[in-house]
Design a protein around this ligand. Structure first.
Ligand code: P5A
Length: 437
């Protein structure tokens, strides 16, 4: 892609409510544009990054056998009346009437709708277990939308739902998700820690929030330092039971605000290991048994022919929030560096074309075409401006590798730089090898 053709409206002007760095960077680098309070349009650069995050989330769901589907954003109020949440959800629910006067709503979550689908189609234990998910926009009329995409009213969520015959197998589904989440966040180069959490309006008694540490996070957490040191790689997934592996995490104190009990914290964690800080909730999982299946009458015939209500859980990842969360984690000293797995481009070519240097531009185009042939997704900065302006702009765009075509490049050797590291002079073939790695 040529940067001069990319619709990326970089701006210096920031609204006064852009207080945290992810919100500022997303506006300045033209990733998003606010349409009204807590509602954003995603411009090409921001959308491309979010799509890459979505794809990693999807792959890790598919890896544990979850099946993708798509439910609508607009739901009927009827099923919410059946579960009792139509009233409970209060003002956070955006309620709409259609032309026939029927009560509708913009879905804040999908427990009711998926249970309704399930009850009308599944009758026997033989069809269980099932794991279903979709990635869809949600709407919550937050009282105080803030921090850009972190707490908005319309946001993009992956939500999964598990259906099992009994509590034991439902907890196996929970554990599968637990580890799928850890792998997902690891692929996004985030250290997300599972913390025992409150269940709020979703309900149930077993729940974990996945939190990444950040000063600007809205979740207060209390944890044992040692939980941050657990390395996923040490687990042998084929050999150990998921429950045992999860217990390893649970053996360390790690809770959010609502679950905090000072006496327990002081008893279980030495003073030196106590971490009291803030973080961003990027995922949240719940086991709630028959909280929805019972009132919605989602029953199944057991092996013995007895009618029992299905045991369910639900599992959310804030896909759009993750874009902001990753910026909070990776934007340091006014320089952004996207993790390679979700960078909008693999590499940016930056020729010095000030003073109308056609030779550098030609060289850059050759490199660009060469990389394109090798399926490297390169961005060519063909914008007519001086190098210091270019570098400032790329500090915002955060593409992790740069090929700089200026005084240090000659013949088939180029200046190659990984953001945050010293630059090197390398042959194009060597650069290609590095990029492919
Ligand atoms: C789990 C999936 C649920 O809604 N029902 C279906 C359950 N959980 S949750 O914790 O309420 O939300 C899941 C994740 O969505 C993100 N999120 C938000 N992102 C941006 N703006 C918001 N207002 C917002 N609310 C929730 C979070 O990442 C949360 O973990």
């Amino acid at each position: 892609m040529l940067l001069s053709r990319l619709f990326v409206p970089i701006t210096k002007d920031l609204p006064s409510d852009a207080k945290i760095k992810s919100h500022q960077l997303m506006l300045r680098s033209g990733m998003i544009r606010q349409s009204s309070a807590g509602i954003y349009s995603w411009l090409p650069l921001g959308f491309k990054i979010m799509k890459k995050i979505e794809q990693i989330v999807r792959e890790e769901q598919n890896n544990i056998g979850a099946q993708e589907m798509l439910m609508p954003t607009i739901q009927s109020a009827e099923i919410w009346k059946e579960s009792g949440r139509y009233k409970d959800y209060g003002d956070e629910m955006l309620r709409i009437k259609d032309r026939q006067g029927r009560e509708m709503l913009y879905g804040p979550t999908n427990e009711e709708l998926i249970t309704e689908i399930f009850r009308s189609s599944v009758k026997s234990y033989k069809s269980l277990p099932q794991l279903l998910y979709h990635i869809q926009w949600k709407f919550r009329d937050e009282m105080r939308p803030r921090f850009g995409v972190m707490r908005c009213r319309e946001f993009f969520m992956k939500d999964a739902y598990s259906f099992d015959l009994d509590e034991y197998s439902a907890k196996t589904s929970y554990n599968k998700m637990f580890f799928a989440y850890l792998k997902t966040f690891e692929r996004l180069s985030l250290k997300a820690i599972p913390m025992a959490a409150d269940t709020g309006p979703i309900g149930g008694d077993l729940s974990h929030e996945f939190i990444i540490l950040a000063d600007t996070g809205e979740s207060k957490i209390y944890a044992d330092k040692k939980i941050f040191e657990i390395n996923l790689k040490k687990f042998e997934f084929s050999k150990s039971s998921l429950e045992d592996m999860r217990k390893e995490f649970s053996s360390f104190y790690a809770v959010t605000d609502e679950k905090f009990v000072k006496k327990d914290f002081d008893k279980k964690v030495s003073k030196a290991n106590q971490i009291i800080t803030t973080g961003i909730e990027v995922g949240h999982i719940f086991y709630f048994g028959d909280k929805y299946s019972k009132p919605l009458n989602c029953m199944i015939d057991s092996k013995e022919g007895k009618k029992t209500s299905i045991k369910m859980g639900s599992y959310g990842i804030g896909v759009s929030r993750l874009v902001g969360a990753i910026i909070e984690a990776k934007y340091l000293n006014n320089v952004m560096k996207w993790p390679k797995s979700i960078s909008p481009y693999d590499v940016v070519i930056i020729p010095n074309i000030s003073k109308n240097n056609i030779e550098n531009l030609n060289k850059a185009e050759k490199v660009y075409n060469d990389l394109k042939k090798q399926n490297v997704d390169a961005l060519l900065d063909d914008v007519d401006e001086n190098m210091s302006a270019k570098f400032k702009k790329h500090d915002l765009l955060g593409i992790p590798y740069q090929i700089i075509i200026g005084s240090k490049s000659s013949g088939d050797k180029f200046e190659f730089k990984e953001v945050g590291e010293e630059s090197q002079i390398l042959k194009l073939n060597e650069i290609k090898d590095k990029l492919k790695k």
